[in-house]
Design a protein around this ligand. Structure first.
Ligand SMILES: [Zn+2]
Length: 298
């Protein structure tokens, strides 16, 4: 009798600031996790060459590659439809072709927020749900729609740009060119900008939460307003999608108390018939994208 060797998948998570890599089996057991600066500002060709070098340096035995990446992705072609200036010249890159030619194994590419949602679906907070939304709070607000246990992509693969729902018409100018988008009010960046008006030491979400623990009353007011902005977006999305659950990710949402506060605010504002929506914390942290990349080969 012989044993079939379990499949090893090389998972890669490409972001504007870091590249993460690991090996994983189909059950999501991770090994050889590595994280590097992505040096993305040097452009997409440098980035891809760098990833190939990192793979060659660290990994030998894998039968497939799953890639989670920043930017809008054409999943069938494994190419980048659009990426912003965080990775110059990434738009149009044939990611799948490049890696398949180099490593001679099947390669699947997915957008990072969709990958994180798939990670949560297969290995994390989304296991119990077939229909849910995922939102990631950071520099902006990323979104993914899981419908019938699969990603809903829309007409040409760009669905779920929840960060660009216009929440305050005529409001703050967004990176997308419009005025008053959700992410200008509900992202971590938006929270930090407001906190910085009180004190220059509040340079990130962690500092803001430390300030709150020390009982800064002005900061509490800012926090409470920010939670209301976060909830506005979630209330509208719940009324549109009627999801079983909404999974909240991004560094700032690691705070248990925050998810509880957002949940109560949403429940306060929502129509009665939607009140069963579960608002929960993402459970895979910064491994969600990698595990989502693994799940592309299930
Ligand atoms: Zn926008």
């Amino acid at each position: 009798m012989y044993k079939i060797k379990p499949m090893k998948i090389l998972a890669i998570d490409i972001g504007g600031t870091s590249i993460k890599l690991c090996l994983a089996d189909e059950s999501g057991n991770i090994s050889n996790f590595k994280e590097y600066d992505s040096e993305a500002k040097m452009g997409a060709r440098h980035l891809i060459a760098r990833i190939i070098q990192l793979i060659t340096m660290n990994y030998t035995d894998f039968q497939a590659i799953g890639i989670s990446t920043a930017g809008q992705v054409n999943k069938e072609e494994g190419s980048i439809i659009y990426a912003n200036e965080n990775i110059p010249n990434f738009t149009g890159m044939q990611v799948k072709d490049v890696f398949e030619a180099k490593f001679n194994v099947p390669v699947v590419v997915e957008n990072d927020v969709n990958a994180a949602a798939l990670g949560e679906k297969h290995y994390g907070a989304g296991k119990r749900y077939q229909d849910f939304l995922c939102l990631t709070y950071g520099t902006g607000i990323g979104g993914a729609i899981v419908y019938n246990s699969n990603i809903y992509r829309g007409f040409n693969g760009c669905a779920a740009e929840f960060g660009h729902i216009i929440l305050h018409p005529g409001g703050k100018r967004c990176t997308c060119g419009h005025l008053g988008c959700y992410e200008m009010y509900g992202s971590t960046t938006a929270l930090v900008k407001k906190a910085l008006e009180i004190d220059k030491k509040y340079v990130n979400g962690r500092e803001v939460f430390e300030g709150l623990e020390q009982g800064n009353v002005e900061l509490e007011k800012i926090m409470s307003k920010w939670i209301t902005e976060v909830a506005y977006g979630l209330v509208s999305l719940t009324h549109i999608f009627n999801p079983q659950a909404i999974i909240l990710g991004g560094g700032v949402m690691e705070q248990n108390s925050l998810v509880t506060l957002v949940n109560s605010k949403v429940k306060e504002m929502i129509m009665e018939s939607y009140s069963e929506v579960a608002i929960v914390k993402a459970s895979l942290g910064n491994k969600a994208g990698l595990l989502g990349a693994v799940s592309l080969h299930l």
